[in-house]
Design a protein around this ligand. Structure first.
Ligand code: NAG
Ligand code: NAG
Ligand code: NAG
Length: 722
């Protein structure tokens, strides 16, 4: 055996170790407690449950909501629930009962649908006039709208019904969205029984997207719709038509249509939008190969807020990695002005079926510019109308505000499914923060605060609450009354919870370090109070920006008059100097590294998160010792395993593959070292490793596939790589 082979052989011995280590980091991550969350499933939060009337699935959806009323669409019914004082009470008298007619349900059964599917699931409700409601339901796979008039203390259905094809889905599970604006209903759903013909539709004065044109809509899942200026914006995810490599990939999109579009003038374009265009949403962790969260699951409404010193209109999105990848979820903010900018930028096109997608040169864009609102679109030249029909996709992607997510969760257990925002909650010292609630596919609702400043995107998870049974996805969220009130909807059950944890907190430092804009420490009563229950903010201590409990100590030491002086001199002010936050640390903020992030945040002070860990099962010290010990054990097992494996492989081992392998190992070893040296970035390294160490060689791809890393991610990385 030559020396070179021996050397290679030695190196090869390491490969099982490396693989094992990678695998171990995965497992470890699953073992690690969710440390960045300040309150893990707080023992007590008020919870009300509503299950509808039947034992059958209601496929609940929120049709309407205001301060004290929640209208829930269900099976053959609209439930009218009072949510006063965060308690459900059913208002039976104003419930709407509207089952499918016998004929319709018989026909549905004949078409081979089940009895559960052959019901009228109410999906849409519009108040068209006082006391007059337009209601649409799936009606046993034959969508129908009816008008209900309030008379003598009951809702009466008018005899005339209208076809709801294009307004309401056929299947209660279809992800559709609709919005009523300026007397018109804009809807994004499917137009056929099988669900294969998606469209964006307006009624009355019908206008639609091209049916069966993959450039317009390609197997979309619609998520939400908002009205903004002259346009209606639709958020959805769909199969990306511009993705040129093998396989399929899903992108998040925002599309828009002009509210007052009148369609084209020619016969062919009469009932078609002349303004439908769409763009990709870019929610990614930047880097040489950005890591994308490509599948939008939910958005908030448009929020007019102040972030740092900037006042802007933004929309929050919850985005995830694909189903078959490592569970990654992120929250990204998109500025409405950025969205508008992309729509006035270049268009994307593909010359022939096999050529690349490229921006359309400015001179090839006809005048007047396609896709804009105009007085009367019927008078537009054919060139403009045809252009937008064939070029609905914009070249640029809408960047996330800050260019990256404000929060990332890598979890093997759940993915984000729903988001709602309590906008601009005012703190004691007159700053404002958005409180975000996020639902997961594992029945959780997370309470999060966006503490992003001008330059640093950042959000903190205040609490992690098991609202539904494990494995029950939260499908929708809405705000309840007061601070922390949240309505959480799942397929079969709707719950009302109050995620206001102030009362549970017993010390000043914990209260301040929680950084919940809803809570502040009352120095007179010595309790952590919910800020909305207090009128005089004078004796309250709060620090959402930094969570520094230093102010507690100061005031505790110097009671009496001095304390008051201290407070009124406004030194309890938050300073938003977040400069110490290392941007790199935010790159991939896993459950465990964000906590260290938190600790460093207070300049050596013990921050809440650090304190919390001390108090709970173990210190962060033990935690890392645990990791190191586990890694060592892994190393040992790896050595033994590797030795055995390599012994077996030894015989059919050739020189060439040796060198290949060595290159590969060398690089992996670098990362392995950094993993041992800085256990804090465990996950960072895992992800980086897969990204950085992937040479564009087929064989190495193959060898990495043997790792226990999910293939989907690899594929994605492969894609971003190419
Ligand atoms: C729901 O109940 C409230 C209170 O009784 C009533 O004001 C409202 O009109 C009802 N809504 C519907 C759609 O029945
Ligand atoms: C709707 O969205 C949910 C959540 O993302 C998904 O699980 C479900 O499959 C979608 N429904 C359809 C019909 O695609
Ligand atoms: C998305 O944003 C990241 C970070 O800002 C950037 O590096 C990347 O090129 C963008 N991707 C697209 C498709 O625009």
């Amino acid at each position: 055996m030559s020396l070179a082979t021996l050397f290679c052989f030695r190196l090869n011995e390491f490969s099982p170790v490396v693989f094992l280590l990678l695998y171990l980091t995965q497992i470890l991550q699953a073992w690690l407690p969710d440390t960045s969350t300040k309150l893990k499933n707080p023992i007590e939060f008020p919870l009300e449950s509503f299950r509808g009337n039947s034992s059958r699935s209601d496929h609940f959806t929120i049709l309407y909501q205001d301060d004290d009323t929640l209208l829930l669409g269900g099976r053959n019914r609209i439930y009218n629930l009072s949510i006063n004082n965060n308690q459900f009470s059913e208002r039976r008298h104003s419930e709407i009962f509207w089952p499918s007619s016998e004929a319709h349900s018989q026909l549905c059964l004949l078409k081979g649908k089940s009895e559960d599917e052959c019901q009228n699931y109410i999906r849409l409700l519009v108040k068209v006039a006082p006391g007059k409601l337009l209601v649409c339901g799936t009606n046993s796979f034959k969508p129908l709208c009816a008008t209900f008039v309030w008379k003598n203390g009951h809702h009466h259905r008018e005899p005339n019904t209208s076809d709801a094809k294009g307004l309401c889905p056929f299947d209660p599970d279809h992800n559709s969205t609709a919005i009523y604006s300026d007397g018109q209903l804009f809807s994004a759903t499917v137009a056929d029984f099988s669900g294969g013909d998606p469209l964006i539709f307006r009624d009355p004065q019908p206008l639609a997207t091209e049916l069966s044109d993959l450039k317009h809509l390609n197997a979309p899942n619609f998520v939400s719709s908002v009205a903004f200026g002259d346009y209606i914006y639709f958020f959805f995810r769909e199969t990306a038509v511009e993705f040129m490599n093998c396989g399929k990939i899903i992108y998040s999109r925002v599309a828009r249509v002009c509210k007052h579009d009148k369609g084209g003038g020619s016969h062919l374009s009469r009932n078609k939008w002349t303004t439908f265009s769409k763009a990709r949403l870019n929610c990614s962790v930047p880097g040489e190969y950005p890591f994308y969260f490509d599948e939008i699951q939910s958005t908030s409404q448009i929020i007019d807020g102040t972030y740092g010193e900037t006042r802007t209109k933004i929309i929050y999105g919850a985005l995830t990695t694909p189903d078959n990848a490592i569970g990654g979820s992120a929250i990204c903010l998109f500025q409405m002005s950025d969205i508008q900018k992309v729509f006035s930028g270049p268009f994307k096109h593909q010359e022939t079926i096999n050529s690349n997608w490229l921006p359309v040169p400015e001179i090839q864009v006809p005048e007047p510019r396609p896709g804009q609102c105009v007085n009367d679109s019927r008078l537009l030249p054919d060139a403009t109308v045809n252009f937008i029909k064939t070029h609905p996709l914009m070249e640029e992607a809408v960047p996330a505000y800050f260019g990256r997510p404000i929060l990332i969760r890598v979890s093997l257990n759940y993915r984000f499914t729903a988001i709602v925002v309590d906008p601009q909650v005012r703190t004691v010292n007159d700053r404002t923060y958005d409180v975000i609630y996020v639902g997961t596919d594992d029945g959780k609702v997370l309470k999060i605060v966006n503490v992003a400043s001008e330059t640093v995107p950042k959000a903190l998870v205040i609490s992690d609450n098991d609202v539904f049974a494990k494995g029950t996805p939260v499908t929708q969220l809405a705000l309840g009354q007061g601070y922390g009130g949240v309505v959480a909807v799942s397929k079969n059950e709707t719950k009302l919870v109050v995620l206001n944890h102030c009362k549970q907190i017993t010390t000043c430092s914990e209260c301040v370090e929680l950084r919940d804009p809803h809570c502040a420490w009352d120095q007179i009563k010595n309790v952590c109070v919910s800020v909305d229950s207090v009128t005089n903010f004078r004796y309250l201590v709060q620090d959402v920006a930094k969570g520094s409990a230093a102010k507690c100590k100061l005031t505790e030491k110097e009671p009496g008059a001095k304390k008051v002086e201290y407070i009124s001199s406004n030194s309890i002010d938050e300073d938003d100097d977040d400069s110490d936050t290392n941007l790199n640390e935010l790159l991939i903020q896993t459950d465990d590294d964000s906590i260290l992030d938190d600790c460093s945040d207070t300049n050596g002070d013990f921050s809440s998160a650090c304190l919390k860990i001390k108090k709970s099962e173990f210190t962060s010290g033990t935690l890392w010792w645990g990791i190191i010990v586990a890694a060592m054990v892994g190393l040992l097992i790896g050595f033994v395993g590797g030795y055995c494996v390599s012994k077996k492989l030894y015989m059919n081992f050739s020189n060439t593959s040796c060198i290949e392998q060595r290159n590969h190992i060398d690089r992996l070893n670098v990362n392995q070292n950094s993993f041992l040296a800085r256990p804090k970035n465990v996950n960072l390294d895992v992800l980086h490793m897969t990204q950085e160490t992937l040479p564009p060689k087929k064989d190495n791809m193959g060898s990495l596939k043997n790792l226990n890393i999910n293939e989907g991610t690899l594929q994605k990385i492969k894609k971003t790589y190419i």
